[in-house]
Design a binder for this molecule. Structure first.
Ligand SMILES: Nc1ncnc2c1ncn2[C@@H]1O[C@H](COP(=O)(O)OP(=O)(O)OP(=O)(O)O)[C@@H](O)[C@H]1O
Ligand SMILES: [Mg+2]
Length: 471
């Protein structure tokens, strides 16, 4: 049979083999060395002449080549201790014309260190990939437009139309709405619909930044402003947002001292970096958002009245989901489409019982809660249709604000819709996953808290999340 090898002069063979595998050994069926290359011999502290024709176990400490030559079973990436260190070896039976004639051994990595180095390099790439993936996802996410704001209820359309109409203006906007109603989406849509759309949109969450960092975060700092300050100083978000839009999320959580500083910047249209003297002019359009009752906070002295007036030039109130229940079906559909893309699925449907249950729920977490419920359902979904038993327990039981749903649930007991019988392993996995998702829902996604609730260690919790693809 001509397989092309004949074309290669036989005195090339050895070099080709040595290039393919740095360290290589070939034995016959009895484990007698027929060939071993120089690099391997150097590693073993012997010479080719000394090694050839000797039993492999006499030349290579802990060798298993003679065993592989007998059993015909290959051994891949096995740890092989030599000279007190461990290398990683591959051993293959050599089969010619259907018969085992010997064995071939190669050393993949001369030491676990070499292997680790290789691994670290890959690990590095994996980490980098992860970083860019989240970055891209985030960037894609921040491109929201008015057409992404789903809803056709009267109350929602009033808010949406108002936002659309005022996007071109430079006046401050105050977005008021419960948690998860879409304040951030509105802010994006307004910016993207304005003449500033190609300029920066900078979002800052006043609740999540430690109080002592908020000032330098907003206004930046000069070189040497404080210990640990970056050399050359740092731009603040106001400067970064210059000519664009600054989204001050959770403005109700801004400490009163910072409120005064913010007010000054809004009035003077210039910032002074922390530890600096010069004034830097800034032109930014402010969109502020909060789920708090700012008017009440003003009455109670927790929010500066003058700042409130300055932000409240255009006030947009986004209605909570339970005030626009007629939108639930439409929003669920659009969220499902989004989730299908995320999970590489198509054709997922919602059963009519589930649709009914979604209508009955009071949605304290609004659209974000609805999104979480659907994502959770897709995670545990085996077929194409989301059924009651794919919902989290608190929704299955039909707990609502008014209690009327309990009766509805009794009319149609959950047990009647019997879930399919699964292999025990899968069933246990489902229950486990559900417990984790429920715990995460309870802790608003805080994994440490969730692990504590479930009374398992953090490491195990993370392992389980990974196993069940819970992010
Ligand atoms: N009208 C809408 N149509 C479709 N999806 C929406 C709509 N409003 C909000 N969402 C989705 O709901 C989720 C929550 O929205 P967003 O983050 O804007 O809420 P929020 O009001 O800023 O909440 P929080 O006060 O908790 O920060 C997002 O994933 C968003 O995509
Ligand atoms: Mg928000």
């Amino acid at each position: 049979m001509n397989n092309g090898m004949e074309a290669i002069p036989s005195n090339w063979h050895e070099q080709i083999i040595n290039l393919l595998a740095e360290r290589i050994v070939v034995t016959d069926r009895e484990g007698i060395i027929l060939y071993i290359n120089q690099a391997y011999c150097e590693f073993l502290g012997t010479t080719v002449e000394e090694a050839i024709n000797r039993p492999v176990q006499d030349v290579i400490e802990n060798s298993r080549m003679h065993i592989v030559a007998k059993t015909g079973k290959k051994e891949l990436a096995s740890l092989h201790p030599i000279n007190g260190s461990e290398m990683i070896a591959n051993r293959y039976p050599l089969i010619v014309d259907g018969e085992i004639v010997g064995a071939l051994g190669t050393v993949m990595f001369r030491s676990p260190e070499e292997w680790r180095m290789y691994q670290t390099k890959i690990q590095h790439l994996v980490e980098e990939l992860k970083y860019y993936k989240t970055k891209v996802e985030k960037e894609l996410k921040s491109k929201y437009y008015f057409q992404d704001l789903i809803g056709s209820s009267q109350s929602f359309l009033i808010a949406k139309k108002l936002a659309e109409r005022i996007s071109a203006s430079n006046s401050s906007v105050l977005l008021i709405g419960e948690s998860g109603t879409g304040k951030e989406l509105f802010a994006h849509a307004i910016h993207n619909n304005s003449i500033r759309s190609s300029l920066p949109f900078v979002a800052i969450n006043c609740a999540s930044i430690p109080e002592h960092l908020l000032e330098s975060e907003l206004f930046g700092y000069e070189d040497g402003a404080f210990t640990g300050a970056k050399k050359g100083g740092k731009k603040g978000q106001f400067e970064i947002a210059h000519n664009g839009t600054l989204f001050l999320d959770e403005i109700g959580d801004m400490p009163v001292t910072m409120q005064s500083k913010l007010l000054r910047v809004l009035q003077e249209k210039e910032v002074q970096r922390v530890g600096g003297q010069r004034s830097i002019p800034v032109d930014v359009r402010i969109i502020a958002a909060t789920h708090r009752d700012l008017e009440k906070m003003v009455e109670e002295g927790n929010f500066r009245r003058d700042l409130y007036y300055r932000l409240n030039v255009i006030k947009i109130e986004i209605p909570p989901l339970n005030k626009r229940k007629e939108d639930i079906r439409l929003i669920s559909k659009s969220l499902l489409k989004k989730l299908e893309r995320k999970f590489f699925r198509t054709g997922i449907e919602i059963s009519s019982e589930v649709e009914q249950r979604l209508m009955e729920h009071s949605w304290p977490g609004n659209i974000r809660e609805l999104e979480n419920v659907l994502e959770r359902a897709i995670n545990v979904l085996d077929g194409q249709t989301i059924e009651i038993f794919h919902l989290p327990l608190y929704l299955r039981e039909g707990q609502t604000s008014n209690g009327a749903i309990r009766e509805a649930a009794e009319e149609k007991p959950v047990e009647k819709i019997s879930p399919p019988i699964l292999p025990l392993k899968e069933a246990v996995a489902q229950v486990e996953k559900e417990a984790i998702l429920n715990a995460l829902a309870k802790t608003n996604g805080n994994k440490q808290e969730a692990a504590r609730l479930l009374e398992i260690g953090k490491t195990r919790f993370y392992e389980k999340c990974k196993l069940y693809h819970i992010k």
